[in-house]
Design a binder for this molecule. Structure first.
Ligand SMILES: [Zn+2]
Length: 392
């Protein structure tokens, strides 16, 4: 546990400080935490342990000066960092919670609080110029905010604590991470730094060792389904589909593009049928399937395409094994797929799933396999497994 520090007393700012702060406010406006579903820590779903640890530290005035919030995408880390920044500066409910309704909380939410700096990647990277003013390479683009190292040096302007949140902290390039080390180790007493990342392993060990880490857990399926139904007003089938497609991550479940998923699923369904035919139909299908995959890189598209095939095979296995509809993901396809599953042997579907898994493993290996060939191989493996054992 890092040593606790008492917040510094707000003193009378100098003219230069005021001017710099006004500039910082103007430039920082906009970047903020994701909009929470409710006020304060109660808006963070399914993270009782992490939230409890934060609130306990706040209650005892023992919040570390550098925090690393990690956990998979869409589990509430950034929202939690935003609520923490609100709580530390909220005159109504702070510092143990945030009211979410006072002017201070509103300013934090809108990215306009002068004592809260939200740092996010620019074109995929957090660069040296966002961290340090002196060491920056002038060829880098102009940062959208005052560099962190100088920003934390000011005393709080209207709140109690200066809070820097570095969202997607793993996108800091190595020079940026190195420039942050000293500030991270010994920030000014009234400042706190909160790093947020789904990939803490991508941070330098020297960064990680200077932070108190707090893990946000993957969310359970029942909790996600309940939230999607009750808070988002979805019907049971959609809530089940979304939470099954984005296991553990409420954020991803909510933002999933179901239309795109539906298109990909249709293509994957045809590809599975063609795989059982083999020959030219299979090769054509591999190409169409790859094109339907989500992602910017060919490898990601291939992984997404193969994943769509795997999702169907998984449901077919459930239905072929007589496990009933309650654990089928694609509820809307149950009737057609039940009939299809009756023609298949569960052992052959397991073999087909193995073939898909082997292809996916190759895609994730450092071998840089050819995306198209890997999708073809996956379909050939699936076709061989299913064709050999077709019952009908
Ligand atoms: Zn408030």
């Amino acid at each position: 546990m890092c040593a606790a520090r008492k917040p510094g007393k707000p003193g009378k700012p100098t003219k230069a400080e005021l001017a710099a702060r006004d500039e910082a406010i103007a430039s920082a406006g906009g970047e903020a935490a994701p909009r929470a579903a409710g006020p304060g820590f109660s808006a963070i779903v399914g993270q009782d342990q992490a939230v409890g640890a934060l609130q306990s530290a706040l209650r005892r005035h023992r919040l570390p000066h550098a925090l690393l919030l990690h956990g998979q995408i869409g589990v509430g880390k950034a929202t939690g960092a935003g609520v923490l920044a609100q709580a530390l500066n909220c005159p109504q409910s702070g510092p143990v919670d945030a009211c979410g309704t006072c002017p201070s909380c509103h300013k934090v939410e809108r990215g306009l609080h002068p004592d809260v700096l939200w740092v996010a990647p620019q074109k995929g990277l957090i660069r040296l110029r966002q961290i340090s003013p002196r060491k920056a390479d002038s060829s880098e683009p102009e940062p959208p905010h005052e560099p962190i190292v100088s920003w934390v040096g000011y005393r709080p302007y209207e709140g109690n604590r200066r809070v820097v949140v570095i969202d997607d902290a793993h996108t800091m390039n190595p020079p940026a991470q190195n420039a942050l080390l000293k500030t991270l180790e010994e920030p000014p007493p009234s400042s706190i730094l909160v790093l947020v990342t789904p990939a803490p392993g991508s941070l330098l060990p020297t960064i990680r060792s200077r932070c108190q880490t707090l893990r946000f857990q993957p969310l359970g399926l029942p909790l996600m389904r309940q939230y999607l139904e009750q808070q988002c007003g979805m019907n049971a089938a959609e809530a089940r589909l979304r939470s099954s497609l984005a296991p553990g991550s409420l954020g991803r479940a909510i933002s999933l593009d179901l239309d795109a998923y539906g298109v990909r699923r249709d293509v994957a369904e045809t590809a599975l049928e063609d795989a059982c035919q083999g020959g030219a139909a299979l090769l054509r299908s591999a190409e169409t399937l790859l094109a339907a995959g989500a992602g910017e890189r060919k490898i990601d598209q291939a992984s997404s395409a193969i994943g769509a095939v795997r999702d169907i095979l998984r449901d077919l296995l459930v239905l072929a094994s007589g496990n009933g509809e309650e654990i089928v993901v694609n509820l809307d396809r149950v009737d057609e797929w039940t009939a299809w599953a009756r023609t298949l042997d569960p052992d052959d579907i397991v073999d087909a799933l193995d073939a898909v898994q082997r292809a996916d493993d190759r895609l994730r290996s450092p071998l840089q396999p050819n995306a198209r060939l890997t999708v073809e191989e996956a379909l050939i493996g699936v076709g061989t497994a299913l064709r050999d054992g077709t019952l009908g």
